[in-house]
Design a protein around this ligand. Sequence first.
Ligand code: HMG
Ligand code: MG
Length: 297
Amino acid sequence: MPSSVTVYEVGPRDGLQNEPKSIRTDVKVTLINMLTDAGFKAIEATSFVSPKWVPQLGDAKDVMARVRRAPGVQYPVLTPNMQGLTGALASGCREVAVFAAASEAFSKRNINCTVEESLKRFEAVVTAARKEGVAVRGYVSCAVGCPYQGAVEPEAAAAVGAALHGMGCYEVSMADTIGVGTPASMERMLQATLRQVPASALAVHCHDTYGMAIANIASALRMGISVIDSSVAGLGGCPYARGATGNVATEDVLYLLDGYGIRHGIDMDAVLRASEYISGALGRPNGSRVARALLAR
Ligand code: HMG
Ligand code: MG
């Protein structure tokens, strides 16, 4: 078990990208600012992707212009290609993320190219970003299961993770995009990946569709993974992964970490304020079971 963990907050990006109703830019900015106040060191803020593919994040430039950036905090954004990187650099972003998949079918639906084509594209993005001193994170979507192809071989996920790490991603987040994983499949996938990428360069990104995310994260912690992606109030889902629900809720992850006595540096009360704020703005009940329990006390 690691003694301390980085909780990588993806709510403003992964959490909001799939919302059907348009969310005002100032709501996104307020959410990010509240998350900054809660003590996160990494808050994935938005995506520089095609607004035709993800209309909800079409205001990426405005979000990045208006958000308050605290020293020592990263505000990474997704950049699927050079056009995205150019936009991100122009907005002063100092960390970006590229996102590949362990499944061909998902790659086609999500970014309109094969896995091999995407890796070539990302290599150019990573090289250009690093030349500017900008750090690049990588994602491997569908690392344990794909909405179109079903189960995914651990070696397939490991190979894509190794390719991203090899091209210069400082960290690779292994994602259970549709939340179908169990501790067993998660462990098999991580075992295969750890043969090629060190634990210090790996994160896990669990969606909670089947309610397994916290168990999967506990397994990953036991395997030495010390960066956990999560989303305030359990917001989220991927527009190109039908039926996938939100990411694991940040509050639930913090409660898990507190139970193990693992340091995380996040102020739970401040997260709860952000969580209630965004749930209210979206007009829905808080999606975190831990938040609901703590707020009911
Ligand atoms: P494409 O249609 O093949 O792109 O889409 P293209 O290069 O042929 O360009 C077509 C049009 O898009 C052009 O505009 C470009 O200018 C524009 P037009 O001439 O038609 O007016 N365009 C862009 N506009 C703004 N920013 C850009 C950009 N690039 C092209 N960067 C593309 C390919 C990758 C762009 C598209 O498929 C796309 O944007 N996909 C993004 C999908 C996405 O964001 N999915 C959700 C995030 S991934 C995720 O949630 C998983 C994750 O959470 C981990 C997990 O859980 O698995 C990370
Ligand atoms: Mg995701």
